[in-house]
Design a protein around this ligand. Structure first.
Ligand code: AMP
Ligand code: ZN
Length: 466
């Protein structure tokens, strides 16, 4: 079945055709490791993971890179301002290297809790300086660069299709460019490839280069690492919508100027998560992390569930009330599916064609990753009269895409022998019309953590989840 993805480059849902037959190359712009990621950043990686799972569900192998931005991302997109890592190090009285490694570790812990699969590699920018310098040298040779007092810049007027990704004409991009314009730049949209270390302050992260001691620009990092691990042209590159106008626009310009080849075939962007209707920001004091979510007693995977109930291209509004509803829904989901395992010997179930179930799932998910519809369908199936065998297969297949650890939960369920004995006894009592005694047993079983629900097909046993 064909897979359709919305490509920012063409502003259309396009049929996905990989460069190679069975392997997909995918680069996900990684975190800047100066703070613990917030739940908006994490939405971006839940999206990337869902995309990977969808590709895998379609039979592809995915070669995935999530880079670690541990140098060069400045506080302003206009190549002015401080390096976010060095600034955080100063504020937290740690070295830049300590900050970078510590927050990288927290990022990896968070994505693990969210059941995000481990990529092929997590390359660090600081370990690819050589590759970045090589790329800048090529651009220099081809005449795309110029030097000003604070660094080596890319001349965007020399790249014909500059700004294609953002859908804005070059003139509009120029007009919209930041006010904090560096008068030494030839064009407002020109950007730094290599920045010189300042003369007055000693930087902690700096390297020698043919142009002088300094550090790479943030955009060149992604181009260099993407080319190194995935090749000059790749299938998919992702990030948040904030990256479209500057970061990804610049990545395209410098990469295609250097190689003369198309850099990326499909650009996918995830919309923003807001908190109680506001943009998350330090000044508003409304930054929420996965740790905050857990501290309030919610499960990380309930956050993943919440994220998946919104389509990745819609803006999402996080509220604590929505988080609570997601947790309740996730608990109910676990409780409902626990019956598949616990009631299994008490029921007969028809054999189910796995392929017909996966077709149904593909029909939904291959429409630009429609996770909200897949979750709705999952509940529809669970509430239907279909037999448990069918429901079980549907849940297990859907979870390959959703990644909610439903399979793992199911595997852990086991009905303790004494509970099973009680349930069988209760059935006998009910057949004999001894309702009061049967009800008493139901109460006992509930106290032990299991619900018994009587249906036409027999009793259904569920584990109480809260
Ligand atoms: P950064 O660590 O700032 O480089 O961002 C890591 C990823 O998170 C990037 O893909 C951003 O576009 C994305 N991102 C940042 N803020 C949000 C947000 N509020 N909602 C969704 N994605 C975001
Ligand atoms: Zn990037």
């Amino acid at each position: 079945m064909d897979l359709y993805l919305f490509n920012t480059l063409t502003r259309k849902k396009e049929k996905f055709r990989p460069l190679k037959d069975k392997i997909v190359t995918m680069y996900n712009c990684g975190p800047t490791v100066y703070e613990r990621p917030h739940i908006g950043n994490l939405r971006a990686y839940i999206f990337a993971d869902t995309l990977r799972r969808t590709l895998e569900y379609n039979g592809y192998k995915v070669k995935q890179i999530i880079n670690i931005t541990d140098v060069g991302h400045l506080t302003s997109d206009a190549d002015t301002g401080e390096d976010k890592i060095e600034k955080s190090a100063r504020e937290k009285r740690k070295t830049a290297w300590e900050i970078a490694r510590y927050f990288e570790k927290l990022f990896k812990e968070d994505i693990k809790k969210l059941n995000i699969k481990t990529p092929f590699k997590f390359p660090r920018a600081t370990e690819h300086i050589k590759e970045m310098i090589e790329l800048i040298k090529i651009l220099e040779k081809k005449g795309y660069t110029y030097k000003i007092s604070d660094g080596i810049y890319f001349d965007t007027s020399k790249f014909k299709n500059y700004g294609e990704l953002s859908g804005l004409k070059k003139k509009q991009l120029l007009a919209g460019a930041r006010v904090e314009f560096n008068p030494e730049k030839r064009n407002p949209t020109d950007f730094a490839l290599w920045k010189f270390s300042p003369k007055d302050v000693k930087r902690q992260m700096e390297w020698p280069s043919p142009w002088g001691i300094g550090f790479p620009g943030w955009h060149i990092e992604c181009s260099a690492m993407s080319m190194k691990y995935l090749g000059k042209t790749i299938d998919i590159h992702t990030g948040g919508i904030d990256h479209i106008d500057v970061h990804h626009t610049n990545e395209i310009a410098q990469s295609e100027a250097a190689t003369g080849k198309k850099f990326v075939n499909y650009w996918l962007h995830v919309n923003f998560l807001r908190v109680e209707g506001e943009k998350m920001s330090k000044s508003l004091g409304n930054i929420i992390t996965l740790e905050d979510i857990e501290k309030r007693g919610f499960h990380s995977l309930a956050y993943r569930y919440l994220v998946l109930t919104a389509h990745y291209r819609s803006e999402m509004n996080f509220t604590w009330q929505a988080m609570e509803s997601a947790q309740n829904a996730y608990n109910l989901l676990l409780e409902t599916i626990s019956s598949f395992k616990l009631s299994v010997n008490l029921h007969k179930s028809a054999s189910v064609q796995r392929s017909s179930v996966s077709k149904e799932i593909l029909k939904i998910i291959n429409d630009d990753l429609d996770t909200p519809r897949l979750i709705a369908k999952l509940w529809e199936v669970l509430r239907s009269d279909e037999d448990l065998g069918y429901k079980k297969i549907f849940v297990l297949e859907a979870d390959k895409v959703l990644g909610l650890k439903l399979k793992e939960f199911l595997q852990k369920q086991k009905l303790p022998a004494e509970i099973k004995k009680k349930i069988l006894l209760r059935e006998k009592l009910r057949r004999e019309g001894k309702w009061q005694e049967a009800d008493k047993i139901r109460e006992e079983v509930l106290k032990a953590g299991y619900k018994v629900e009587d249906t036409k097909q027999g009793p259904i046993i569920k584990k109480v989840v809260n």
